[in-house]
Design a protein around this ligand. Sequence first.
Ligand code: SAH
Length: 485
Amino acid sequence: MKRHQSNKQRGSQQAAVERNYPVQLGQIVELEITGLNHEGQGVGRYNGYTLFVPKALPKEKVLAEVEHAKKSFGFARLLSVTEPSPVRLTPPCPVFDQCGGCSLQHMDYVAQLAHKQQIVRDNLARIGGFTVEGEDAVIVHPTLGMDEPWRYRNKAQVPIGMQGGKIVSGFYAEKSHDIIDIDSCLIQQDVNDSVVRVVKRLAGELGITAYNEGTHTGLLRHVVAKVGVKTGEVMVVLITTEETIPQKERLVESIRQELPAVTSIVQNVNERQTNVIFGDKTFTLWGNEVIYDYIGSVKFAISARSFYQVNPAQTEVLYNKTLEYAGLSGGETVIDAYCGIGTISLFLAQKAKHVYGVEIVPEAIADANRNAELNGMENVTFAVGAAEVVIPAWRKDGITADVIVVDPPRKGCDEVLLETILAMEPERVVYVSCNPSTLARDLKVLSGKYRVVEVQPVDMFPWTGHVESVALLEKGGTVGGSLYK
Ligand code: SAH
């Protein structure tokens, strides 16, 4: 494969030489891999200096070439594995090496689940200072995985391009605008693959041009396919540089004929020279403006732009655990911080007296209100704003909560929010987290008043390094998973 060296890399090379780092760019090192980081990269040490090696596994001996060096750590490319791990697999995807979407396809699935449990444990111990072994330890359960961990994604977002006079679709090759053409992605629902294949072929047949990022010419930029797995409804979104599509009616007609599951065909226009996929104008070309799906028995409307969890089967597992940890009997007031389109709020509202949800993106709250109405749920109130501003204001207004659920982005909860939770003293706090290190940091703050009873990792993204988990905290934390015994 062609190797590029960017200015940044050349800069880094010079810096490595000048600053006398323990490794030089291009140096080939023999390493023993001792861990896996949160991105699924192997971690090894060369004379005490940390090197991250994508596609290497713990306990392996490898040869790797240093590609990037910083003061305290660097990155190296795997050249060969001299002593393979017993859990190493041959990745089933033919483009595993180029894609980078699945960082752990070379690891046995059961081992991945154990690894994700261990990551949570390590973070709780290292960052949170919690005891994770022995009598008073915080319980970290084995990761809840999928029986069939393939073809789980309900959404595909695929760039379209042109190569050798042919329309291609897939993903961008590393550090380039070239698209690697694929017809199937093993973690996508089959129907999403079919949508992309059909649209690609029809575009070629109907003379619809593909967008070229380099020259900013051509029409079709991306195809987005979404499926409501429980309803079977499928949405096709065509993202184009302008409104006019040649032979639009024939295109719509052919998509309907070839893909009978499609219930919604939408166009979005993005004229800008940008990496952002969606533009501001969206029209329905045929069918409904939304597709529907269920998580448990709660119904959700999904539009072209709305955020929706991508692994619906595991979302249900995660939310059931959240509901169980919330311990609701019908009379509770619950706050759901970072509520998105209200998925957790509505799930909890089935069993609570009232749920207050707060979220910073106004469009998400519009979806949340629509979804509450769709389900005839009147015991929910949604507010737009930062959780760390809105929840203290609710407290001032005299709102109290029996349970507070938080589901923050990777950077974790704002300090002010954590202080507000400590001041509001709900009976239970349920912390849903997509980042074990900020989870551990925030639990440490909360452990002043709360006992961390248990943590349940749930595998939302098989074959990737992502670790999702949900933690239960109970008031009165002077024993068990508390720092302050
Ligand atoms: N609970 C939702 C979404 C969780 S993702 C679900 O399960 O689908 C985290 C959400 O937090 C995102 O929707 C993001 O827009 C929102 N967010 C980020 N910072 C925030 C803040 N300071 N206050 C409130 N919401 C915030």
